[in-house]
Ligand binder design. Structure first.
Ligand SMILES: Nc1ncnc2c1ncn2[C@@H]1O[C@H](COP(=O)(O)OP(=O)(O)OP(=O)(O)O)[C@@H](O)[C@H]1O
Ligand SMILES: CC(=O)C(=O)O
Ligand SMILES: [K+]
Ligand SMILES: [Mg+2]
Length: 590
């Protein structure tokens, strides 16, 4: 350790409410601030005189007590910058990766598109999760179709620990299984190959012992009654195809017409005369009894998002939202509607209105509508979500080949680019990160393609071309909406460096994000859970910060905190808005 010779500067602020005698210290190379405690009387004196103190004296008046790694510092510690003479709970929280990125490349070039990773056997260890967080994962998704309760709990626990220990704000999304019709788990085999012309039996029979050869269990009891001879049976939306040739009680004999690999629990759909068969299977509940148990589990574990598979109407979303409220009054679990059925496309607007977020679940969607209709459906959903201010995730097969290979195909890169160009809030990895061979590489591809396309968009100064309708439902909301629309427009016209928003609920931040401004949006919020929710939304850099109703002092404090950590500099032009004050402030960082 270097000997101590540099000075400590106190940045005082008029509103410093808690001169409790604890203040935080940071040095650029430490990811976490050091926290020192000192005699409140002495601190008060420093604060009053706004003075610089030299710590070179071993008998310095600073009785330094603790640092973040538990060792006690003291007069012998390395030189440090004291950036806030206030309680440690009032420091600013942002993850080390964002901070480092902002310092290195400037915050203008931070990534705007958010990234969701499905966690599975390839990524469930603590180090693997950390590598994903470092690689830019904003949301970790667990799919209740796979894995045990204990497994899910351990993943949630590790993500939580990662956030606590490393300062990330990775949100957790729990995805329900839904009443989809799928195959059994192939008796433990990782896959099975179906060859052209082979006859396979799909059965609803409860099989006690191991499965006979070329026999697949189907989870839906009505399967054998719903299908007819001549129907086409699609596995995973057409990865493998069969023709139904005979029905014998609970057994359905099928001949393979398109060979391929059958994966455990793969989804099944049947088609008749070019359309999806909708018999009794259309009556299955959106939320099954197993899903309700999983939802209870998710609420109890405090996940940030619950994604509902095969949503048909807004009703189920509203039903779940009131259930969540009833279960836990101050729960803020957000509900994501997965658009992956024909019915959801019919009721798209009401579903988007009712939901806190939407997922374009192209995997199953492509099994329910002809594949060539998926791109236009995606574009329509993304646009409508933006208009109604609902965050939207584009999911499935973005980099499918990277499950096996370390580089993506050109077509996959073009697909990712298109989703970024449509300005979706987030992109999602499924098998690529859950069970693929190159999860980190796949994430790196999403990251670099997003950054490149976003920059291209800004450099080309592409006109927005989207009218944003008024969405406010009250006069107060209208004011917020007008302020955010105008602030975003001003930010573009004045070419400001950043938008700042101080928001307790996150609503103002989402309204700014909706405008997709050229500059990044620094969203300051008091609650860690709001910070995690904002991590799903386009262009937001969420910070946790305790702030007051006094905007002037909030701004001064934020400037000091961010300047001291090298995240902004004097002269940067900023526009600030807040929940508390109905105004737009434009200023240079002092
Ligand atoms: N928890 C898990 N345990 C084991 N394998 C998993 C797990 N999560 C995902 N996988 C594997 O990764 C693949 C892709 O994951 P993904 O979540 O996209 O599932 P999916 O089965 O395609 O269903 P969905 O339509 O719900 O997305 C799965 O088919 C499965 O093989
Ligand atoms: C993600 C998902 O559920 C799908 O694409 O079907
Ligand atoms: K699912
Ligand atoms: Mg699906």
């Amino acid at each position: 350790m270097a000997t101590m010779s540099q000075s400590i500067n106190f940045f005082t602020s008029s509103s410093s409410s808690s001169r409790s005698g604890t203040f935080a210290v940071s040095k650029p190379s430490y990811s976490k601030p050091y926290v020192f405690k000192m005699n409140p009387r002495i601190l008060e004196k420093f604060v009053k005189r706004s003075m610089s103190v030299s710590c070179s004296d071993p008998d310095s008046p600073l009785p330094v007590l603790v640092s973040d790694n538990g060792t006690s510092g003291g007069a012998g510690v390395e030189s440090v910058n004291v950036w806030s003479p206030i309680a440690e709970s009032s420091t600013i929280e942002v993850d080390a990766v964002t901070e480092a990125e902002m310092k290195e490349n400037g915050f203008r070039s931070t990534r705007r598109t958010k990234l969701v990773c499905t966690i599975g056997p390839a990524t469930c260890g603590f180090e693997q999760l950390e590598a994903l967080a470092v690689g830019g994962m904003n949301v970790a998704r667990i799919n209740m179709c796979h894995g045990t309760r204990e497994w899910h709990r351990s993943v949630i626990e590790r993500v939580r620990r990662l956030n606590e220990e490393k300062g990330f704000a990775v949100a957790i999304m729990m995805d329900t299984e839904g009443s989809e019709i799928h195959m059994g788990d192939l008796g433990g085999a990782p896959s099975a190959k179906a060859e052209d012309g082979e006859v396979w039996t799909f059965t609803v029979r409860a099989l006690e012992s191991s499965l006979p050869e070329r026999t697949i269990h189907v989870n839906y009891d009505g399967f054998a009654e719903d299908v007819k001879v001549g129907d086409e049976l699609l596995v995973d939306g057409g990865m493998v195809r069969f023709e139904v040739i005979e029905k014998i009680g609970p057994d359905v004999k099928c001949r393979c017409t398109d060979p391929g690999l059958l994966l455990p629990r793969a989804n099944l759909t049947s088609w008749r005369d070019g359309s999806l068969v909708r018999e009794r299977n259309a009556m299955l509940p959106t939320i099954s009894s197993k899903d309700w148990l999983d939802i209870d589990f998710g609420i109890a574990e405090g996940v940030d998002f619950i994604a509902i598979s095969f949503v048909k109407s807004a009703e189920v979303i509203n039903h779940l939202k009131s259930y969540i409220k009833a279960r836990s009054r101050d729960s803020d679990v957000a509900v994501i509607a997965k658009i992956e059925s024909i019915d959801s496309l019919k009721n798209l607007e009401e579903i988007i209105q009712a939901s806190d977020g939407v997922m374009v679940a192209r995997g199953d969607l492509g099994a329910q509508i002809p594949l060539e209709q998926v791109p236009s459906a995606q574009q329509k959903i993304v646009q409508m979500c933006r208009q109604l201010n609902t965050p939207v995730i584009v999911a499935s097969q973005l980099l499918e080949s990277m499950i096996e290979y370390p580089t993506p195909t050109r077509a996959e890169v073009a697909d990712v680019s298109e989703a970024v160009r449509q300005r979706a809030d987030a992109l999602m990895l499924s098998g690529e990160s859950a069970m693929g061979q190159y999860p980190e590489k796949a994430l790196a591809v999403l990251r670099s393609v997003s950054l490149r396309i976003e920059r291209w968009w800004r450099e080309e100064k592409r006109p927005e071309g989207m009218e944003l309708p008024d969405i406010a439902s009250s006069f107060a909301d209208s004011i917020s909406e007008e302020i955010c629309n105008s602030a975003a427009k001003m930010a573009n016209n004045l070419m400001v460096d950043a938008l700042f928003v101080y928001t307790k609920t996150g609503h103002m931040a989402s309204l700014l994000s909706r405008s997709r401004p050229d500059c990044p949006i620094f969203a300051f919020t008091t609650m860690a859970s709001v910070r995690r929710h904002l991590n799903l939304q386009w262009g937001l850099i969420p910070f946790r910060l305790n702030f007051s109703d006094d905007m002037e002092s909030n701004l001064n404090r934020t400037f000091s905190l961010l300047k001291a950590r090298g995240m902004i500099k004097s002269g940067d032009l900023v526009i600030a808005v807040s929940d508390m004050l109905q105004s737009i402030q434009v200023m240079n960082v002092p």
